[in-house]
Design a protein around this ligand. Structure first.
Ligand code: PBG
Length: 331
């Protein structure tokens, strides 16, 4: 009488062909959205110290990168403008300048590479002198409805410039419905909205704020009166339900790796196109470990991204997009 197991899960792990046959999730370049920082000027690039390998680029250099991304099979980029401080004010008026940096970049990208998806960020933090995502009152409180009026103008100017996807990252209540209504009224029926539906007041955004230059001037020091409390996930589902109801085509959970439970619940509950943002702090901490030789770079990049797919994400915004697509092409 044998006491050996009949069921041996290891049988299907023995060779690469078995492992490939039974893999439940897959990572492809089509899953990746590459966030990019754009600067005024020509032939300019600046590195971001807390984000090794990430550069702020002027439009001409950004277009050259865009060509490489297309060749790698990356479907879309997410655009973040770096605004000089003399153009920032309390009204964030530069946000809806039709000839502003974001608007110019969107136009240049769509003229040169119409087949590359362009997602633009809808929020006021790059444009306010105080670094908050909206207009503030005398106490520094971010005003909801007054902010939405500015977001509307910003969103419309991005849609007119040709953005394929608007990414409202501001977390004001009700903004998705208002933006959808404005887009419909103005004839932009096919402009998509990927709402930052469950965006947490996270401490993992620090390097991004360095990259766009909103860290030093962030008045109030945090965004907890509008971004979500990291303690909550029931609330995330309510936020996501509201945004879907208001007309979001796709939803996002942000940050990424520490919030995979929210990604999974979102996908299971709503079944809508669900994205996760592997944010700047996640990128920075991975790089710190790579630089020290503590983690193996290539394998960890791919594993960190595959984890999002396993959790149910349809795609990932990640500063590793280019690295990952290159690795996937090599494999
Ligand atoms: C702001 C915005 C932030 C990010 C994207 N849009 C930062 C914030 O909310 O302060 C963070 C992205 C990252 O950390 O990579 N509207």
């Amino acid at each position: 009488m044998s006491s050996y197991p009949y069921s041996r899960p290891r049988r299907l792990r023995r060779t690469e062909f078995f492992r490939r046959m039974v893999a439940e999730s897959q990572l492809t370049p089509a899953d990746l959205i590459y966030p990019m920082f754009v600067l005024e000027g020509k032939n300019r690039s600046e590195s971001v110290p807390s984000m090794p390998g990430v550069e702020r680029l002027s439009i001409d250099l950004l277009l050259r990168q865009a060509e490489q991304l297309l060749a790698l099979g990356i479907p879309s980029i997410a655009l973040f403008p770096v605004i000089p401080s003399d153009l920032k004010n309390d009204a964030a008026s530069e946000a809806y300048n039709n000839d502003g940096l974001a608007q110019k970049t969107i136009r240049a990208l769509k003229e040169t590479f119409p087949e590359l998806g362009v997602m633009s960020d809808v929020a006021l933090d790059p444009f306010t002198s105080h670094g908050q995502d909206g207009l503030i009152d005398d106490d520094g409180y971010v005003l909801n409805d007054a902010t939405i009026e500015v977001l509307e103008r910003q969103a419309l100017s991005h849609a007119q410039a040709g953005a394929d996807i608007l990414g409202p990252s501001d977390m004001m209540d009700g903004r998705i419905g208002v933006l959808r209504e404005t887009l419909e009224t103005e004839g932009h029926h096919n402009t998509c909205i990927m709402s930052y539906a469950a965006k947490y007041a996270s401490s993992y955004y620090g390097p991004f704020r360095d990259a766009v230059g909103s860290a030093n001037n962030l008045k109030g020091g945090n965004k907890r009166s509008y971004q979500m409390d990291p303690a909550n996930s029931e609330e995330a589902l309510r936020e996501i339900a509201m945004d879907i109801d208001e007309g979001a085509d796709m939803v996002m959970v942000k940050p990424g790796m520490p919030y995979l439970d929210v990604v999974q619940r979102c996908k299971a509950e709503f079944g809508v196109p669900t994205f996760a943002y592997q944010v700047s702090g996640e990128y920075a901490m991975h790089h710190a470990a790579f630089a020290n030789g503590w983690l193996e770079k290539d394998a960890v990049i791919l594993e960190s991204l595959l984890a999002f797919k396993r959790a149910g994400a349809d795609g990932i915004l990640t500063y590793f997009a280019k690295d990952a697509a290159e690795l996937l092409a090599d494999n």
